[in-house]
Ligand binder design. Structure first.
Ligand SMILES: Cc1cc2nc3c(=O)[nH]c(=O)nc-3n(C[C@H](O)[C@H](O)[C@H](O)COP(=O)(O)O)c2cc1C
Ligand code: SF4
Ligand code: SF4
Length: 259
């Protein structure tokens, strides 16, 4: 059986949900393995052993998350000649969200054959402009995403190319409407993480769950270490709703994820 390795970054579970569903659909044709980013294994060996590589990530302001951008460069020349699929998840808009990583993969000689974007529930829980929904309220969105994943899986199995968001128009729109501004402000956003000491009970959940070990326990507080990649996991998990990132106040409703 052919081998597919999925490298997946997922802050709050949406991207992981799509990747797991997709791998279920592909399991008759591919032996699928899902590796979370940041990846601490032997990337070279994983790539060499795979017939197809899948890169999966959420979009942040039409830009892929930092761990995904970094990982593609770690793969580098080992991508040459490899068949690549891309899954991008978003709340509602990115234009060319999947294509950014696709362009880098192509620079290294990878063959990007399939790319798809999936609308999923919002996880930006401290931004009042975008409402948070959970449970039954998100069921229709997930159902629609699963149907899209069915069609995407059929294209991978059938060897039919699908490159959503790769046109020059999408590229220009993604850049001009979002990415240009996002890139300028990305460093500032990464340093905005605030933990309300009066709410925090130092349970350590955020420390344990941060995918990039950006949080550590200090004597009387939780301290960010300047490595935040804006995934929103801690903001949505904190049992005391003590964490704020891009917004101006902690969330009143947290995103619980698709499961
Ligand atoms: C920092 C940040 C920026 C985001 N920017 C966008 C965006 O520009 N467009 C969009 O449609 N969704 C945006 N979203 C929503 C996420 O892309 C979406 O909820 C995604 O499915 C989350 O995936 P995950 O659960 O795998 O982390 C953003 C989310 C975060 C945390
Ligand atoms: S999860 Fe919340 S309450 Fe627990 S240590 Fe982190 S900030 Fe404090
Ligand atoms: S500090 Fe929070 S938002 Fe930043 S990377 Fe860690 S879990 Fe994600």
């Amino acid at each position: 059986m052919k081998k597919l390795t999925a490298f997946c970054f997922s802050g709050t579970g949406n991207t992981r949900y799509i990747v797991e569903y997709l791998c279920g659909k592909l399991s008759g044709e591919y032996d699928c393995e899902i590796c979370s980013l940041p990846f601490h294994g032997d990337a070279g060996r994983a790539i060499a052993a795979s017939d197809v590589l899948l890169f999966a990530f959420p979009i942040y302001g039409s830009e892929p998350p930092i761990p995904m951008r970094q990982f593609v460069h770690v793969c580098g020349e080992r991508l040459r000649g490899k068949k690549v699929a891309i899954v991008e998840t978003q709340y509602f808009y990115s234009c060319d969200g999947a294509a950014g990583i696709g362009r880098t993969v192509r620079k290294y000689g990878g063959k990007v054959l399939w790319a798809e974007m999936f609308n999923m529930p919002n996880n930006l829980s401290d931004c009042k402009a975008f409402p948070i929904k959970n449970g039954e309220e998100i069921a229709p969105v997930l159902e629609k995403a699963r149907r899209r994943a069915d069609r995407f899986a059929a294209k991978i199995v059938g060897g039919k190319m699908c490159l959503r968001g790769f046109s020059p128009v999408s590229h220009a729109l993604g850049y001009c409407s979002q990415r240009m501004f996002w890139r300028k402000g990305e460093a500032a956003k990464r340093s905005r993480l605030k933990i309300d000491k009066t709410r925090c009970v130092r349970c350590g959940l955020c420390v344990r769950q941060c995918p990039v070990n950006n949080l550590r326990r200090a004597d009387d507080a939780i301290q960010p270490l300047g490595r935040c990649v804006l995934c929103y996991r801690c903001v949505n998990l904190c049992p005391k709703q003590a964490i704020t990132l891009i917004g101006s106040a902690p969330p009143t409703v947290q995103y619980r994820g698709p499961k």
